[in-house]
Ligand binder design. Structure first.
Ligand SMILES: N[C@@H](CCC(=O)N[C@@H](CS)C(=O)NCC(=O)O)C(=O)O
Length: 213
């Protein structure tokens, strides 16, 4: 049965390329696993949406009878038994995937919310040192290896690299050359390029539908 990935029907320009369905698309492209995209309304949030994602967020997936939300849980589920979570590396993959979300993304989000959503320069400046510290700690922890959980690219790299994209875009990796190179190595993968292109095509198609309506 084809896996179904649900994302928004439309988003404004600024989050395009960063909506978290990208992580799921990326993993599915790495696995060569076919999927279909369905949508939920971004503006008029529905009870059906809430039944699949209790926070009214995206993405969520339907994999046979299973409906799953939270990108970490989705990636752990889909990577199970594949080269993106080799048995011998499973604890490290789980550890780094959760660390990316719970120790790195969490402080990046606080900084992003202050800086871009609340336009609270002072709040962003207060949060920035912790973001910089966490990024430097990730770089230090990765010394001597190409990928976050060991020698091979895994599901943990998909989450970690995606989490790093916004700090990188805002110059926070400029003085962390090994981390910047890691991010370049991850996002040079054909599966990432395809996932990003497909997400951007999804928003263009959404614009065209709105234009035609
Ligand atoms: N922890 C969740 C976060 C999901 C999330 O924040 N999704 C964003 C899109 S990238 C969203 O739906 N934002 C709308 C909202 O929070 O109301 C995950 O990783 O799946």
């Amino acid at each position: 049965m084809t896996l179904v990935l649900t994302t928004y029907d439309w988003v404004p320009d600024f989050p395009r390329g960063f909506v978290r369905d990208l992580r799921v698309r990326w993993l599915l492209e790495e696995l060569g696993r076919p999927y279909r995209v369905e949508t939920v309304p971004m503006k008029d949030r529905t009870a059906a949406h809430l039944a699949s994602q209790p926070f009214h967020q995206v993405p969520f997936i339907r994999d046979g009878d299973l409906t799953l939300f939270e990108t970490g849980a989705i990636l752990l589920h889909l990577a199970q038994g594949t080269a993106l979570m080799p048995d011998a590396q499973r604890p490290q993959v789980q550890q780094w995937l959760i660390a990316a979300l719970n120790s790195v993304e969490v402080c990046c989000i606080a900084w992003i919310l202050a800086r871009f959503f609340d336009k609270d320069e002072a709040g962003a400046a207060r949060r920035e040192p912790l973001v910089r510290q966490r990024l430097a700690q990730v770089q230090a922890a990765m010394a001597g290896r190409d990928w976050i959980a060991g020698d091979a690219f895994t599901a943990a790299d998909i989450i970690m690299a995606d989490v790093l994209r916004i700090p990188a875009q805002n110059g926070l990796l400029d003085d962390l050359p090994q981390l910047a190179t890691y991010l370049e190595r991850a996002t040079a993968r054909p599966a990432f390029r395809k996932a990003l292109a497909d997400q951007m095509a999804h928003w263009r198609a959404a614009d065209a539908r709105r234009g035609a309506a």
